[in-house]
Design a protein. Structure first.
Length: 211
């Protein structure tokens, strides 16, 4: 998994560097609706003409804001770490799925903040997801390989896209300093516990070696 992820990201970075772009945007001639963020130095936002035709002109800025949020937030790194953890420990697979969903919500909120219209962002997310779902599987290969695209689920099971739309239609969540402090304390405690465990293991190995 580590080798495959590293090779994929390296290939993506090379492809991004070779793509002619205007303000980081690459428009490819393809009737199938598709869009994804391609990490690199610099990264690129790749959008097909099919996706641009699917969305109204007033919705193009939302699509670009969403995809650019993936690049500026380095979301591919979060997904890569989560997937590597799930590969090492299958019990972490639900966490990896949650990370994939969370980065999409993160990008949605960035788009809502940039445009100032949560309802319009929710409508655009729904239209783009529906169009991409109907597209041939080959057009989603690049985004899926990078772990950027979220899992799709039917409306009856409240899949990621319906949940994202519902969250955008709801009032924005406020900040919770107490929750952030609790999470920081938990992460600090976990780090200290890991360091203590590593120290104890080192002492144990030295003791066994002395015997």
């Amino acid at each position: 998994m580590l080798w495959r992820r590293a090779r994929t990201l390296a290939t993506a970075a090379l492809d991004a560097a070779c793509m002619p772009a205007r303000d980081g945007l690459v428009v490819m001639e393809d009737e199938a609706p598709d869009s994804y963020a391609l990490p690199g130095l610099p990264g690129r936002v790749v959008v097909s003409t099919g996706m641009l035709h699917t969305l109204h002109e007033s919705e193009h800025d939302i699509l670009l804001a969403h995809e650019r949020a993936h690049l500026t937030g380095h979301h591919y790194a979060f997904v890569a770490v989560a997937q590597l953890g799930a590969a090492a420990n299958p019990l972490l697979r639900p966490l990896a799925a949650a990370v994939t969903y969370t980065i999409e919500r993160w990008a949605d909120e960035n788009a809502a903040t940039a445009t100032g219209d949560r309802t319009r962002v929710a409508r655009t997310v729904g239209k783009a997801a529906l169009a991409a779902h109907r597209a041939p599987a080959r057009t989603r290969a690049a985004g899926a390989a990078l772990g950027i695209l979220g899992r799709r689920g039917p409306l009856a099971t409240a899949g990621p896209v319906p949940r994202r739309v519902a969250a955008l239609l709801a009032p924005p969540l406020g900040r919770h300093p107490a929750l952030a402090a609790a999470i920081a304390a938990m992460l600090t405690a976990a780090t200290l516990a890991t360091a203590e465990a590593a120290h104890d293991l080192h002492v144990l190995l030295r003791t066994v070696g002395a015997w």
